[in-house]
Design a protein around this ligand. Structure first.
Ligand SMILES: Nc1ncnc2c1ncn2[C@@H]1O[C@H](COP(=O)(O)OP(=O)(O)O)[C@@H](O)[C@H]1O
Ligand SMILES: [Mg+2]
Length: 222
């Protein structure tokens, strides 16, 4: 539990530290106007996000409780992918988001964002093992029958061997020097609580698939 939370919180807390340091720097330069306000707004946003993650994950691990709402698949995917835009640019990773079907999920937004963030973070780490020109991460989705959608997160990294695949989703299983090995374990628990499935394919590049139930007969107007 403590380990799981620290894993999920690492990203917003790292961002908070960077933003507050930027504030200190701006103040030291005599800044008191718009630029400072912008950075402080980001601090507020990331703090709110960290607080939300703590309370939602705490609820989830205590009771398995989820807060369900109608969620547009397209919006979920684009907001999750856009959180990685800066990292993509920095690391020279080509981040592709294929057009998704106009489906609606009945799901807990924060929990599914945690799942996508974990899958994308892993995909970026895997892609970064390749030379700069070969780094790609792709997010796609397709309807799977009338009642489900299948989301795929692929990367151009080394992929998953049959041997690795056995232990991938176990808590505290990590091949990374500083990895906690909790991302996939948490993600699978969240997806299964939504009546879905999450698995990795054995391949020479990363392929993670996520099947979730959709609201039948509901489609995005756009
Ligand atoms: N996209 C991927 N490509 C290759 N290996 C992966 C990928 N995603 C996950 N893995 C493997 O699964 C392990 C567990 O992942 P995860 O639960 O997210 O923990 P962590 O990222 O902290 O190691 C990773 O250490 C890595 O060995
Ligand atoms: Mg991970």
């Amino acid at each position: 539990m403590a380990g799981a939370l620290s894993h999920e919180l690492h990203q917003p807390l790292t961002a908070l530290l960077a933003y507050t340091r930027a504030c200190q720097q701006l103040l030291a330069q005599g800044e008191s106007g718009e630029r400072l306000r912008e950075v402080i707004d980001r601090v507020v946003g990331e703090s709110q996000r960290a607080a939300d993650i703590v309370s939602r994950l705490r609820d989830f691990f205590r009771t398995g409780a989820t807060r369900l709402e109608r969620l547009w698949l397209r919006e979920l995917l684009s907001s999750s992918a856009s959180r990685f835009a800066a990292q993509a640019q920095q690391q020279g990773v080509e981040l592709l988001l294929q057009p998704a079907p106009p489906s609606a999920l009945w799901a807990d937004r924060l929990q599914l964002e945690v799942v996508l963030r974990n899958l994308l973070a892993n995909a970026f780490e895997a892609a970064a093992e390749r030379p700069r020109a070969e780094r790609q991460v792709r997010v796609s989705a397709r309807q799977d029958g009338a009642t489900r959608v299948c989301i795929t997160v692929e990367d151009s990294g080394p992929g998953i061997s049959a041997e690795m695949e056995e232990h991938l989703f176990e808590a505290f299983h990590s091949s990374k020097a500083s990895g906690l090995g909790l991302g996939l374990a948490i993600s699978r628990a969240i997806v299964e609580a939504h009546g879905g499935r999450l698995w990795a394919e054995v391949a020479d590049r990363g392929v993670f698939k996520l099947v979730l139930p959709i609201e039948e007969g509901v489609a995005h107007a756009k």
